[in-house]
Write a protein that binds this ligand. Sequence first.
Ligand SMILES: C[S@@+](CC[C@H](N)C(=O)[O-])C[C@H]1O[C@@H](n2cnc3c(N)ncnc32)[C@H](O)[C@@H]1O
Length: 284
Amino acid sequence: MADETNGPNSEQIDYWNGDAGDKWVDAQERLDPVLEGMGLLGMDQGGVNPGERVIDIGCGCGATSLELARRVGPMGSVLGVDISSPMLRRAAERAAAESLGHAVFANADASSYQFEEGAADLVFSRFGVMFFRNSDEAFTNIRRGMRPGGRLCFVCWQPLIKNAWVTLPRDIALRHVPPPEPPNPDDPGPFAFADPAKVEGILGRAGFSDAAMTPYDTTMYHLGSVEEVTHFMIYFGPASRLLEEADNDVKTTVEAEVRAEIAARHDGEGVAFPAAVWVATATT
Ligand SMILES: C[S@@+](CC[C@H](N)C(=O)[O-])C[C@H]1O[C@@H](n2cnc3c(N)ncnc32)[C@H](O)[C@@H]1O
């Protein structure tokens, strides 16, 4: 990757190349089915046609890049862009295992990467565009890589309060640990694009037309035993940061309380949580 260590997204580069990247790689097989439906909502709404050139921003371990590659077929191409070396390694291994040679990956910050100018028919992302320090600049840069009339389509989270997969462990943890500093709404993070007017403003300033945000209330289904789902909910999602400094007694108490809630919702195979996303669309 070009030297971005002092760039605007250096904190995110550290974060996604540290424990977070390793956690996503370790959890890839468990996470793919949990997130799959939300990515497909975006692909179906954005449309993916055989032969198209597609960019997948923040492609992570590659699940969506592979699906895009299957949809565009060998006459098309997919470029997955991400800043996380461990996640990209997994993505490239999976593309090779499926012989999807027309899916390639770049280890780069999408906000400054020099995309081939005017080339992409479609830019897609599943939860990979909420982490830019300067979103106006990032989307301006991304738009340069798209052909006139090209489509942008990405999936991002609606507000935290509508996403029980976060609020359940978080609210329990907050009974036992001090609340974090209230987040600055302009900071990068999973819920940074929860406000549709904000996103439409960013896309408009970046030169996109017809920006629209379509809401979807959906379900996140976590397959696994009560114990597995409990552990995942506490130590994978945003709630995990709340417990980083907690002592073992507090962790044990939080685990017991979350376990009781998960057990009450478990259907024998897993647990369904309400989840709410936006599918953002725009054209160049
Ligand atoms: C929540 S994960 C989603 C990963 C993947 N899209 C998925 O749905 O499984 C966010 C991804 O965005 C990537 N990311 C964050 N900032 C980025 C940037 N400036 N340029 C490219 N990728 C970025 C992270 O490394 C991470 O892989």
